[in-house]
Write a protein that binds this ligand. Structure first.
Ligand code: IPM
Ligand code: MG
Length: 355
């Protein structure tokens, strides 16, 4: 039976990086005889323009029936005046919620050939290899909101079950890696964080006694990510802290454009795959975006949703070899150098895969 994959190019640089990701997927599909059925749908601003809503029913249904979904990016200034509930970002949040993908895995890995990409000093970066597990369908993103001219609020709410299930995913990942888990919260101020801390502690103690757990407050974690990044193995955190810390962590690798992500309702199964970068409207349509985060998201898709670790490893390897050969898109090019176009960089990855 064919594997159904939905592509959601979205807005800004989304379509450009999706085109490269698709080509990579089709290439490994051919090489490894995967029976893939690809279809594209609208989400985000482009869906607002064409259908009047950021997550049309047809898109949601296709994604719910798919084995895996790839998303480029959503949002942009064009939709700044659209009513809040209809903003492009709501399409993505609605999709995450509809698919129940509560665990967002964001690996941050630094290959030794690539230390020069990061603004941090190389000696700080040696050995950086972590996975951030971000809770994705709860917290302040999904709480009650009120938006007035004089007063506004966003409620942050978590249930014990929501914390338990994402903790289990993080602990399983820690067990397969170095066995160390850092849970990030703001327990000195927030009630949700105190429930978070107590719940994570209990699940770890009762169900994963071999996982070594440490708690960090989010402000300290933001600092430790820069002062001792190589010490981290698995980081577990709630929705908004995870959003912020992974943008920070992307600079360890050198660029926001490099990092992939997988959003899952467990460790494996159907999932949503996206580069962690946004729609970057300032460079959209210029064919200069970095497609690496998108390409590596395809590798994660193969691993977690398609049970195809071999082509996944081949993609990872191809990306590393292309970067190691000195190929750079503009965001990571040396000062004064122009950098390769998105499609040219993509062609190099395809060539490395085929070679
Ligand atoms: C991300 C993005 C999204 C988020 C936006 C586009 C809603 O920043 O995936 O990190 O905040 O989750
Ligand atoms: Mg983000």
């Amino acid at each position: 039976m064919a594997t159904n994959i939905v592509l959601l190019p979205g807005d800004g640089i989304g379509p450009e990086v999706t085109a490269v990701a698709k080509e990579v997927l089709v290439t490994v599909g051919r090489q490894y005889s995967l029976d893939l059925n690809l279809e594209s749908h609208d989400i985000g601003g482009v869906a607002v323009d064409r259908h009047g809503v950021p997550l049309p029913d047809s898109t949601r249904r296709a994604c719910e029936q798919a084995d895996a979904v790839f998303l480029g990016a959503v949002g942009g200034p064009k939709w700044a005046d659209v009513p809040v509930h209809n903003r492009p970002e709501q399409g993505l949040l609605g999709l995450r919620s509809a698919l129940g993908v509560f665990a967002n895995l964001r690996p941050v890995e630094l290959h030794s050939e690539l230390v020069d990409l990061s603004p941090l000093r190389p000696e700080r970066l040696r050995g950086v290899d972590m996975v951030v597990v971000r809770e994705l369908t709860g917290g302040i993103y999904f709480g009650a909101k009120k938006e007035g001219d004089d007063r506004a609020f966003d409620a942050c709410e978590y249930t014990r079950e929501e914390i338990e299930r994402v903790t289990r995913v993080a602990c399983h990942i820690a067990q397969e890696r170095g066995g160390r888990l850092v849970s990030v919260d703001k327990a000195n101020v927030l009630a949700t964080s105190r429930l978070w801390r107590n719940t994570v502690s209990r699940v770890c103690r009762q169900e994963f006694p071999n996982v070594q757990l440490e708690h960090l407050l989010v402000d300290a974690a933001a600092m430790h990510l820069l002062s001792r990044p190589a010490d981290f193995d698995v980081i577990l955190t709630e929705n908004m802290f995870g959003d912020i810390l992974t943008d920070e962590a992307s600079m360890l690798a050198g660029s926001l454009g490099l990092l992939p992500s997988a959003s899952l309702a467990g460790l494996n199964g159907p999932g949503l795959y996206e580069p962690i970068h946004g729609s970057a409207p300032d460079i959209a349509g210029q064919n200069i975006a970095n497609p690496v985060g998108a390409i590596l998201s395809i590798a994660m898709m193969l691993r977690h949703s398609l049970a195809a670790p071999k082509p996944a490893a081949a993609i990872d390897q191809a990306v590393v070899s292309v970067l190691a050969s000195g190929a750079r898109t503009r965001d990571i090019a040396a000062p004064g150098e122009q950098g390769l176009d998105t499609d040219v960089f993509g062609a190099k990855v395809i060539e490395a895969l085929s070679g």
